[in-house]
Design a protein around this ligand. Sequence first.
Ligand code: MTE
Ligand code: CO
Length: 426
Amino acid sequence: MSQEESGNNKQAAASRRQFLRAGIAGGAALAGATAARAAGDPLITEIQDWNRYLGDGVDAAPYGVPSEFEAHVVRRDVPWLTADPVSSVNFTPLHELDGIITPNGLCFERHHGGTAIINPADHRLMINGLVDRSLVFTMQDLMRFPRENRVYFLECAANSGMEWRGAQLNGCQFTHGMVHCVVYTGVPLKYLLQEAGVKTTGKWVLAEGADASAMTRSIPIEKALEDCLVAFKMNGEALRPEQGYPVRLVVPGWEGNMWVKWLRRLEVGDEPWAQREETSKYTDLLESGKARRHTWVMDVKSVITSPSPQAPITHGRGQTVITGLAWSGNGTISRVDVSIDGGRNWRMARLDGPSLSKAMHRFYLDIDWDGSEMLLQSRAIDEAGYVQPTKNELRVERGVNSIYHNNGIQTWYVKGDGEVENVEVS
Ligand code: MTE
Ligand code: CO
């Protein structure tokens, strides 16, 4: 443990003690208010229908669905953003979620040619190019390789892309919802490449999808051998069709576009292919007119998910939970700071839950809100020491031409009535 880390832990312990002290007084006030409201409450004094009558039996939903009272927790899109649903995107409702895992039915979708519907019995994965043996695997063949389970976030390079020139979309679902985090089960790509025998001249791998867009991206062989997975399960069950059923590539920490869905071919070559998605798209046009390319890593980023525009404070002043997510393509998150005054003062947030490399991290700051306006921000720091930049710091480096790789600090303006708006502070 570095000295800085142990310092952080001391700070964390100190802030926990402070909170516990504040919590005793705050907690008593809260319990008193609840008890007062409960006097004569028919929900306490009268027997309710669900308490009186038998409920549905076990076969009501062979495949379970969420409570009807959670029907608003869904992926949503921004109608003006794309012309056609088959080349479109919808967004994860981050403001409704907690913990670090995204439920399968809520993982955002990004398709360039719609969802391919493939019977696994008809699916084939080919390896060709600079290999000793060209191979074709069926799904059954893939299932016979040793497999691994890994939790990773997937973030589209265009996440927060509409915010480059200023605050635009009102909700973290829309500003930050092109990200999800699940546990993948799959075969390390390294085993498949070893089976085919990569020639010494093989330096790149082209991954190609079986969908109508035939998504194709070049991946350096070092990354392919390091931690890429050929995954067929997410959160324990088969991939959803929209996430690439029956098999997708997992490229940990790197931009979502490279995570080819409906993976059908891997070609080994000696140089990158310069496909459309790595030239005209997924390159970052700078002020100078030059473009950055091969910007694969998703840099350290965070966002407060609640309160946020779709999750206002409705309980009034007093004990309030501020929570959010942080992630980095460089590894784990070592710290998240939260500001309630637009970045003038920072407090260290509490990280809670597993801290896994290239996965989501959940943070909390428990405050006693006095009902005054707040400018909420979060700033993440990753294990490589990278600090999440402000949007203006990013603009100085990169200009405003690009839509990709916006990891700038988000500001939410919380009003006295608890409503929240997307703003920027300069
Ligand atoms: N793979 C194929 N075959 N076709 C696609 O359209 N979209 C890419 C990538 N892989 C895409 C694809 C993009 S841009 C992203 S951000 C991720 O898949 C989105 O993955 P998801 O739909 O599981 O969220
Ligand atoms: Co994308």
